[in-house]
Unconditional design. Sequence first.
Length: 361
Amino acid sequence: MKETFTLKRDHLKSLLRKLAKDYRIIAPYRNRHGDTFFTEVLEVESFPLDLDNQPQNSIKEFLFPQQETLFHYRVDETGGYQFIPQEEPSRPTIFFGVRSCDLTAILYLDVTFLGKKHKDPHYHARRNRAVIVGLNCNQPFEKCFCNATKNGPFHQDFGPDLQLTSLDRERYYVESRQANGHAIIAGWQQFFTPAEEKDAHAQYQLFLEARGGFRRQVHVDQVIKHLQGQEGVSEAIWEDLSKRCQDCAGCAYICPTCTCFTIADRPLSASSGERVRTWDACTFSGFTRMAGGHNPVNRDTQAIRQRFLHKLLYDVNTHGRPSCVGCGRCVDICFGGTDIVRFLDLAGKEESSSPGRFITR
């Protein structure tokens, strides 16, 4: 059951200070260079909380770290192996200020790592201890297109534990949707005031205004239908984008839904070591390179192809929706001009002007 409240801005840091006694808190941090990142809050009072700008990273790295030890191993005197699982911290984590694009990305990570048959124990442990405090976007950012991927700027379907909307310079509208959210409200009632009907109307008005505030038109559905049909983008588009791709994988690392990884054993001594999982990316030239050196993917014409087909075709066919959440981060990170918006623009224009090209799957 959803419950609604208001929270004064002046009370926000006091609330976070109370919560920090029981939770590890991850929140948007604005550093001295003017960049905003999700960062662990070590000292609430001195923490430069930034809820006005989009964090350049997502919370993926806290649920699915860029590098993590899965377990340690030892070789005993008889030559046998002993495996010691890596222990996870037991303290729960509040992810504060999570916008709708990143919340949708978490749900995608859940599908990937918490499948019906197999669950990743490391992700599962972190996710079970995660409390999500969302933040609706009153004004979409310049590179955002979450409206085209149908998951923003306000999150409407699968709510976080608490959802905040900035009503004005003095108050937040707070929606409590899940048990964890209800527990926070119940534990710290002094910070919350029951919302009135006029507050709900004000929040809805802000939603309507935000929905009309996008600065770019991106036609995701049009391209998805194009890819699902027998006709599709020409090889010329793949070749153009592949030549631009610099093999840096910045797009995959900054993307909140990219989940490719590799696993390697790292010796620590003659008789011990650790197994490590590290992010990988389908745009790396070594991703598909075989042991003998042969690479079935032509880097000159297909370097970027798998990335876009995965997000806009394979995931749609498997899960019913694209795994691009429209956050726009890859647009900023890519210096080669191979971001997903460029592909959508090229494919959309080609589909409109001259349909009939065949795409090999």
